[in-house]
Design a protein around this ligand. Sequence first.
Ligand SMILES: [Zn+2]
Length: 129
Amino acid sequence: MGTPFRITSGIRSYSESDQLYHDHIYNGGPQAVPGGYSFHNFDESFGGCAYDFTLWDETRNAPLWDSVPGGPNYVTVAKLGEVGGMYAGFRFGDEPHLEYHAPWTAGLSEGQITAELRRRHDQGIDPVA
Ligand SMILES: [Zn+2]
């Protein structure tokens, strides 16, 4: 597809998510949720259950936050991620986001999944197995 992309974020601690959530609420920062409610908070051994990416403009050596009309875009990249087994954030309004839904998550809501991930995190249980 020709447009390179880069991973910009993977695993985050609860406190890092809390800071992003604070920035979202009080400083107009990007969409964010509190610690323990993000797929970015889980599974350090896996490198994070979620990844954020950006399309990359090699000419400017800078992120390309707006999709190129008629060209590759965030949804295209996210759909490639889904081919690889990830769940795409554009399905809930977060285009540059991909997350992994382990087999045990089948049929559960996002809220039910993050609740189970918090329980597993708190008890030291592998979030993917
Ligand atoms: Zn994300």
